[in-house]
Design a protein around this ligand. Structure first.
Ligand code: MEV
Length: 285
């Protein structure tokens, strides 16, 4: 009889949000992309118990790149692998969603879904028990995108989601108009990805404008984004944002990489190149 494995290593990717953060909490669509930065956990069976520890991660923590979702996904998957249950992504995703809820309160479920399935997804939370998503296969190669950290937000994702919820209850008409505008951006982005029609610069900047209207971008974040716009690029926060200090990672598009590099060098900013469409959760050899 074969001995059951007592140790397993599982990795899951971090994510960026091309468009639709915050709006996705209210049932609007988001375009999510897994990235080439991963977190690895090790699961061990000790007697009847399983213990999970995080071995390593190159996903920046608390910067809007889905590090907590990647941890939830990898941990759920490690548990399933150790218990020799069927490797079912749906199941891994729902277990991870439950731990995201404990951690963040009212998440859309997008972060755990993209970390589970990987690639690029069009995602919607229609209702708590009805979430839909579909893989996006881009028509052409994606452009080079970059990340620059505008600073770790003081607020947690859960707090940022609550802030938008407060705003929404105080001024539902205005906030709904902004969310509907974000959906328009998401549709244009989808068109850009699957048909090749549209402009990265324009869409990223337009999305950022609405995020600023939602009040989720700090002054530090806004200054960085203005600077990038001034040199002809486009930038937006990616994730929940932050108000008091930084707003986490800023996603940048620039046709002229050299120009962006020298801007970052002059301003002492570290550039993190990022590849979209990373593989979802997997068992490591
Ligand atoms: C966080 O990465 C994205 C938010 O839209 C929250 C969520 O989707 O749960 C701000």
């Amino acid at each position: 009889m074969q001995k059951r494995a007592s140790k397993v290593r599982v990795s899951a990717p971090g994510k960026i949000i091309l468009t639709g953060e915050h709006a996705v909490v209210y049932g609007f669509p988001a375009i999510l992309a897994a990235v080439n930065k991963r977190l690895v956990v090790e699961g061990r069976r000790i007697g009847k118990q399983t213990k999970i520890k995080v071995l390593k991660s190159d996903i920046p923590i608390g910067a809007g790149m889905g590090s907590s979702a990647a941890l939830a996904v990898a941990s759920a998957a490690a548990q399933i692998a150790l218990e020799e249950k069927r490797w079912d992504l749906n199941n891994i995703n729902s277990i991870a969603y439950e731990s995201e809820k404990k951690y963040h309160g009212n998440p859309s479920g997008g972060d755990n879904t993209i970390s589970t399935y990987g690639g690029l997804l069009w995602y919607r939370k229609e209702a708590e028990s009805f979430k839909t998503f579909r893989r996006i296969i881009p028509k052409t190669n994606l452009p080079n995108l970059f990340l620059v950290n505008s600073g770790i937000p003081k607020e947690t994702t859960g707090e940022m989601v609550s802030k938008v919820a407060d705003l929404c209850s105080r001024n539902p008409k205005k906030i709904n108009r902004i969310l509907a505008k974000i959906e328009e951006v998401a549709r244009k982005f989808l068109n850009l990805l699957i048909e090749g029609n549209g402009d990265w610069n324009e869409l990223i900047n337009e999305n950022e404008k609405y995020l600023e209207l939602l009040g989720v971008v700090s002054e530090t974040g806004r200054n960085l984004i203005r600077g990038i716009k001034k040199i002809g690029g486009a930038a937006k926060i990616s994730g929940a944002g932050g108000i008091t200090n930084g707003s986490g990672m800023v996603l940048i598009y620039h046709r002229d990489e050299e120009k962006l590099r020298s801007f970052c060098e002059n301003n002492n900013l570290e550039i993190l190149p990022v590849k979209l469409g990373g593989e979802g959760v997997r068992v490591e050899k």
